[in-house]
Design a protein around this ligand. Structure first.
Ligand SMILES: NC(=O)c1ccc[n+]([C@@H]2O[C@H](COP(=O)([O-])OP(=O)(O)OC[C@H]3O[C@@H](n4cnc5c(N)ncnc54)[C@H](O)[C@@H]3O)[C@@H](O)[C@H]2O)c1
Length: 335
C-alpha cells in the first residue's frame, strides 16, 4: 500500500523529513508540503517532487488524498495539529516535543483515548539510533549488570541568539529525558538543575547541567551545551554494576596527517542521527500500512512524560531547588 503523506512545516527538519521520505522510504509518497511560507513549501516540494503545496495546515490534514501527516512546524503547533490529525483519524509522526505544556500533552492523550487507538508517533528518533539500540541490547543481555548511572552530553556548535537555559530544558533535553527513560525502562522521581557560575548564565546557550533520580534508583545526568563551538557532539554512557556501554559517534574516516590523527564532527544533528531519522520514518510508514504501532517508537504518553520532566526542570532551574516529578496514572491505551 502506498502511503500519501503531508508534511507540515518545511524548515530545517521538514525539508530533511521530505528528502528522507522521497528518497529512502519505500511505500511513501510525498503528497503535500505545507508551510506558512508558500515559497518555502514550494522549494521543498520541488526538490522532493511533491504533488502539491499549501499554506493551510488544517485544510491539508483533512484532504482526501492525504493518508498520514508529518508535523515539523514549531513546538507550539504540535499539539493542536496532532489533535486535528486524530480528529481526522489519520496517523501522525509529530516532531518532539509533543508540547511544552503537560496540560496540552494531556489534551492529545484525551483525544487519542476517545478515538480508541494510538495515532501519534512522536519524533524521539534516538530510540531508533543503532548506538542507543545496542546500549539497550547490552543491558538486556546482562552484559553490564544492574544499571546504576547514565551520563549524557548534548552539545551544539552555536546557540540561537535567543536560546535561554529554559529552552535547553524544554527543547533540547527532552531527547535525553526520553532515551534514558526508554533504555532504563523507568520513570523519573526528581530533578535538580545547575548552571556553572564561571560563565554569564544570562548569555544565550549557557550550559545547563541536570541530575535526575529515577524510580529504579539510578542517577541520570545531562549536560546541555548549545554553544560548544567545536561541533555537534552527543555522548552517552550507561554504567552498570559490572561494566558500562558508551555510544560511539558514527564516523567513516580518520585523517592521519602531520603526526596527528583526526576525525570530523558533524555541524548539526542531521548527519549524526541520519540513520535514526531514516529508521523512524520507515517505521512510521509501516505503522500506517499495518495499523500496528512500532514497538520501540515513542507515543503521546512518552511525549507527556518528557514534558512533565521538562516542566519540573524549569521549576528546578528557576528555584534552585530539587523538584519532585509526578504525573497522572498511565491510561489503558498506553499500557
Ligand atoms: N528530532 C530532532 O532531532 C529535531 C531537531 C531539530 C528540531 N526539531 C523539532 O522540529 C520542529 C521544527 O524545527 P526546525 O528546526 O525545522 O524549525 P524551522 O524554524 O527551521 O522550521 C519551521 C517551519 O514551520 C513553518 N511554520 C510555522 N508555523 C507554521 C504553521 N502553523 N503551519 C505550517 N507551517 C508553519 C515555518 O514557516 C518554518 O518553515 C521543532 O518543533 C523542533 O523542536 C526536532
Amino acid at each position: 500500500m502506498t502511503v500519501r503523506i503531508a508534511i507540515i512545516g518545511a524548515g530545517i527538519m521538514g525539508a530533511d523529513h521530505a528528502r528522507i521520505l522521497a528518497q529512502d522510504v519505500p511505500g511513501a509518497v510525498l503528497q503535500v508540503v505545507c508551510d506558512a511560507s508558500q515559497d518555502r513549501a514550494r522549494a521543498v516540494a520541488d526538490a522532493c517532487s511533491a504533488a502539491d503545496v499549501s499554506t493551510d495546515p488544517l485544510a491539508t490534514i483533512s484532504r482526501d488524498d492525504v493518508d498520514a501527516v508529518l508535523i515539523a512546524s514549531p513546538d507550539d503547533t504540535h499539539a493542536p495539529l496532532a489533535r486535528a490529525a486524530i480528529a481526522a483519524g489519520k496517523p501522525v509522526l509529530c516532531e518532539k516535543p509533543l508540547s511544552q505544556s503537560p496540560e496540552d500533552c494531556l489534551s492529545v492523550i484525551e483525544a487519542e483515548t476517545a478515538h480508541g487507538q494510538r495515532l501519534v508517533q512522536l519524533g524521539f528518533m534516538r530510540r531508533f539510533d543503532p548506538s542507543y539500540r545496542e546500549m539497550k541490547d547490552a543491558l538486556l543481555r546482562g552484559l553490564i549488570g544492574k544499571p546504576i548511572m547514565m551520563h549524557n552530553f548534548h552539545r551544539n556548535v552555536e546557540a540561537l541568539p535567543n536560546f535561554t537555559g529554559k529552552m535547553a530544558i524544554t527543547n533540547s533535553a527532552p531527547h535525553e529525558f526520553d532515551v534514558a527513560r526508554f533504555i532504563l525502562d523507568t520513570d523519573y522521581r526528581a530533578i535538580s538543575v545547575f548552571q556553572p557560575s564561571a560563565i554569564n548564565t544570562a548569555k544565550a546557550g549557557a550550559p545547563v547541567f541536570m541530575v535526575l533520580e529515577t524510580d529504579g534508583g539510578q542517577l541520570v545526568n545531562i549536560e546541555i551545551n548549545n554553544n560548544a563551538a567545536y561541533g555537534y557532539d552527543v555522548r552517552g554512557e550507561l554504567v552498570g554494576e559490572s561494566g558500562s556501554v558508551e555510544i560511539n559517534t558514527p564516523v567513516h574516516t580518520r585523517v592521519n596527517s602531520a603526526m596527528t590523527a583526526s576525525e570530523r564532527y558533524a555541524p548539526d544533528w542531521r548527519p549524526r542521527f541520519a540513520e535514526a531519522y531514516r529508521l523512524q520514518n520507515i517505521a512510521f510508514v509501516r505503522f500506517v500500512q499495518t495499523g500496528i504501532f512500532p514497538d520501540i517508537a515513542s507515543d503521546a504518553w512518552d511525549g507527556y512524560c518528557a514534558t512533565v520532566v521538562a516542566a519540573a526542570g524549569v521549576k528546578a532551574l528557576e528555584s534552585g531547588q530539587r523538584i519532585l516529578i509526578s504525573h497522572i496514572g498511565k491510561p489503558k491505551l498506553y499500557a
